[in-house]
Design a binder for this molecule. Structure first.
Ligand SMILES: [Zn+2]
Length: 338
C-alpha cells in the first residue's frame, strides 16, 4: 500500500477545491480581529459543524471577512503556498462570487488572479481559476458574473463551474444553459457539480443541458450502467472528494463508489473539496483512499494521469505535466527494480 511519504513525494494535481474552503482557523481569526468582528463561536470549535446549513453559514461568514482586493490576493497566494507544501504541480481552484458578500465580483476575481500570478512569479505551483455559479442564485446575477468573465479574459481563468444544491434549484440547468454555452463558445472549460445532491439524472443533465466537460463529484453515476458506459466512452472525468462525501453522510468509507468507478476504468480524480473546513489535506485524502482500497502508489499515480487529461490547460502545459509524472514513475520503477 502507498505510504504517506510516497504520496507526499508524488507530483499531484487537484481539480475540485473551493477557495472558500481553504481558510485555516488562524487566518480566519486574524481577519476577524483586524476588522473588530467577533467569532460566531469559540475558536477551538470554529470548524465543528452541526450540519450542512451550519457549514454553509460559516463558509459565508468567513468569506464576508474578505472586503478588498489585497486580502483576496493574499488568500489566493496563501493557497499557492499550501499547494507547494502538498507537492501539487497544478491546481484549478473554484471561486463562487455569490458567497463573498462584502467585496465586488470584479475586485474579488482580480485579487485572486493577482495572487496566483504573484505565486507563479515566485515559483509556487501553477494555480488556475474556475469561476462558479451557484444553482440557488438568480439568473441576472449569474449573467453578470459570466459577462465579467468574458470581458476580462486572463490566461489563469480557465473555466466556469456550477455548484450548489441541485435538490433546491431544479430549474437551474435550464436557466444557466445559455450562459454556459456562451462561456464554452469563448473557449472556457465547463465543470459542473452533479451526481451528489442529485442522482445519475443530474449527471446526464449536466452533460446534455450544460455541456459539462467534467463532473465534480458525479459519484451517483454508479447507479446507472448506461451512464457509466457513456462516461467511459466519452472519457468524462469525475472529480471525486471521498472525505467530503463521507463527512456529508452520502456514503460510509465502506460503501463509497470510488473503488468501483476506478475498476470500471472511469476517469476519476481524487480531491479535497474544502480542505480546511473538512480538516484534510490532499496527501491525507490520497492516503485515506489508498488505505480503503489497498492501493499502491501506481494506482494513485494513475489518478494523477487522469487529472492531467482532465485539466483545462494548454496542450503544451499538459505535456510538461505528463513528463513530470513520467519522471516520478521512472524513479518508482528504479526503486522497485532494486
Ligand atoms: Zn465541490
Amino acid at each position: 500500500m502507498a505510504t504517506l511519504e510516497q504520496i507526499q513525494r508524488m507530483p499531484k494535481l487537484e481539480l475540485h477545491i473551493h477557495l472558500e474552503g481553504t481558510f485555516d482557523p488562524e487566518t480566519v481569526c486574524l481577519l476577524a480581529e483586524m476588522q473588530g468582528i467577533s467569532l460566531p463561536r469559540p475558536r477551538q470549535h470554529l470548524f465543528d459543524f452541526s450540519g450542512l446549513s451550519d457549514f454553509l453559514d460559516l463558509l459565508d461568514w468567513i468569506c464576508s471577512l474578505v472586503q478588498n482586493r489585497e486580502t483576496a490576493q493574499q488568500i489566493a497566494y496563501r493557497h499557492a503556498k499550501y499547494a507547494q507544501e502538498q507537492g501539487i504541480l497544478y491546481t484549478e481552484i473554484i471561486v463562487n462570487p455569490s458567497h463573498w458578500k462584502n467585496i465586488r465580483t470584479g475586485e474579488l476575481l482580480t485579487g485572486v488572479l493577482e495572487g496566483f500570478d504573484q505565486a507563479g512569479a515566485d515559483g509556487l505551483p501553477d494555480c488556475r481559476l474556475l469561476v462558479s455559479l451557484r444553482r440557488e442564485q438568480d439568473t441576472a446575477s449569474a449573467r453578470r458574473t459570466i459577462e465579467w468573465i468574458l470581458s476580462h479574459r486572463h490566461p489563469r481563468l480557465v473555466g466556469v463551474s456550477v455548484d450548489g444544491n441541485e435538490a433546491c434549484s431544479q430549474d437551474s440547468n435550464q436557466r444557466f444553459a445559455p450562459l454556459l454555452a456562451r462561456a464554452a463558445e469563448a473557449g472556457l472549460g465547463i465543470a459542473v457539480h452533479a451526481g451528489e445532491s442529485s442522482g445519475p439524472e443530474g449527471v446526464q443533465e449536466a452533460l446534455e443541458l450544460l455541456g459539462a466537460k467534467r463532473i465534480d463529484h458525479g459519484v451517483r453515476a454508479v447507479e446507472d450502467l448506461k451512464l457509466l458506459e457513456r462516461l467511459l466512452r466519452e472519457r468524462i472525468p469525475l472529480n471525486i472528494c471521498y472525505t467530503s462525501n463521507v463527512a456529508g453522510g452520502l456514503y460510509t468509507p465502506g460503501n463509497h463508489p470510488l473503488g468501483e468507478l476506478y475498476s470500471r476504468g472511469i476517469s476519476v480524480t481524487v480531491n479535497t473539496d474544502d480542505p480546511q473546513l473538512l480538516r484534510v489535506s490532499l496527501s491525507q485524502e490520497l492516503q485515506r483512499v489508498a488505505e480503503q482500497y489497498h492501493w499502491k502508489i501506481e494506482e494513485l499515480l494513475k489518478l494523477q494521469y487522469y487529472a492531467v487529461d482532465a485539466a483545462f490547460c494548454t496542450e503544451e502545459r499538459r505535456s510538461e505535466l505528463l513528463s513530470r509524472l513520467h519522471q516520478f514513475e521512472a524513479t518508482c520503477q528504479n526503486l522497485t527494480a532494486f
